[in-house]
Design a protein around this ligand. Sequence first.
Ligand code: GTP
Ligand code: MG
Length: 583
Amino acid sequence: MRFSSSFRTAMASPYTVHRLHMRGRNPVVKCLNTIETILRRSVGTEPVVAHTEGAQGDDSGEKDGPKSLSELMADRQEQAEKSVLISCPSRTSEKKFLKFLSKHGDINKHFFYESYGVYAVVEFARRDSVASLLESAAIPSVNHECMVPFKSRLLSLSNHSLAAPPAQQPGLPCRPQATVSINELIQRLSREDSVDDQIGALTETYQLTEENSRLRFLVCSLLKDVAAAYFPECTIRPFGSSVNGFGKLGCDLDMFLDLDNISGWNFKPPKSGLSLEYQMKRTNSERHVTQSILSVIGECVDHFGPGCVGVQKILNARCPLVRFAHQPSGFQCDLTANNRVAMKSTELLYLYGELDPRVRSLVFTVRCWARAHGVTSSIPGAWITNFSLTVMVLFFLQKRSPPIIPTLDRLRDLAGPADESVIEGNDCTFATDFSKIQLQSNTDTLEQLLGDFFEFYAMFPFSRMSINIRKGREQNKPEMAPLHIQNPFETSLNVSKNVNTSQLDRFVALCQESAWLLQQSETRTQRGSSGNRTTTPWGLATLLLPSKVVGIKGRKKYKKEGASERIKSLLETLKNKNEEPKS
Ligand code: GTP
Ligand code: MG
């Protein structure tokens, strides 16, 4: 067991706070240590100090906690603007490549990855190095095609040396940007020693890496260069799972075109004297402005954006967007504008994920489980979305005794003046200073939480009640949608309005099955033969195998097998319990 050697070091780590409370509770301490190690490696998410009740009193004078999401994003944006993306022949010498680029200035960081060829992300120490490098780049000459003369920080490296690279020249060391297959994951998890370790391994396997996070910000920055042709002061920022801490390798890249610097909504004209203002075209609604801007930027991306393919303008959606694939990164991109509430939801999810390491691990596990069973999908439809699922996990954690995370109303009460935020009449205020947020001493292990999560939703009275993370308790459903999850900020909206009864029923049936499986001793214990490490699925790995009771398209093999008597009787019991009127 690792404990920090000095108290000062101890106070710099959020998890140490928990650990100090949990001496002697081995499974919990072990679980938190594992998670701490994983999260430290994670995407720009430095540890946060959130106080556990009674653990305050650090008067070292240091600012408690890590950077807020906006500070963290500002750092990432800065890195991205000093970076270039270069397609490289795979048999390039890394040493020569770096020497060649260093002519333009010191390099802070570089890495290679594969996506339709090998690419390098190179971050210079200074912005003028990027300018110098671009200055030295040539316009390609091709015989049968014409070039759109748009210069960007997406470049190609050519090797004009007469001597061919030696055949034994090693390929460039590429960092993985995609996650493993579900079967490989099941194998990997089956080799772990406990369910908590399995959850840790799943989080480690699936979460965005440092490099992938950098690449996401770089793609936003490259796209900003395209949009800047019209709006030089604009910013393009990622939101959603790319930055909320719950992103899985391969998740889409949600982007927000931020024109607040230009719109002047917070500009106060002088009380006297002369002043000038821009003449601007007027239109009758903000939605129309958003649609026009996205339409033009969409055209620009389509015609001039290097590497951007399959551009679709989806302007009549509730939230208008431009969708395209960015080939050099392999990201599926959604560009929106005027979507500040989604930015706030992202900040809220990030905050919850940082408050306690179990939040992120449980969300990852539930998201992965849901995807494995087709409860969520990358195709829009009547499925539960990852966003809804995350809110369901948060709600469950608020309902623990004692709660693991506070309600949104509590976070609102703790907010300071700098946190005040009203967007389109919606109160989006909540505390972002981690040092103000006290957590209670809940010592549940991840294994307990996972089992109880499934049981909680196996029994939840979906037909009558709505999920509400603002209050942290279920409320009467205001409308008859099968699943009602109150939008945290636009409180009259239901984030799961799209979900139909059959999708909800599948979710509940899978929760019932998984809750039952986790209670079975044969599922919960690792089964090995003669002391060898086994790869027979057990624990969490079992929950990711195709369901035996819930029909899943394309999994006819399992449908034919039918349900075991034990599962049938369990489901019957759960069903009866579900139908009992609640007191
Ligand atoms: P994946 O892309 O599935 O990994 O998760 P995601 O969290 O990025 O979800 P998605 O791409 O669907 O949406 C991006 C972000 O938009 C979410 O994280 C939320 O902040 C926000 N969002 C998505 N759906 C809703 C919704 O129904 N209501 C509100 N208010 N915000 C939403
Ligand atoms: Mg997304």
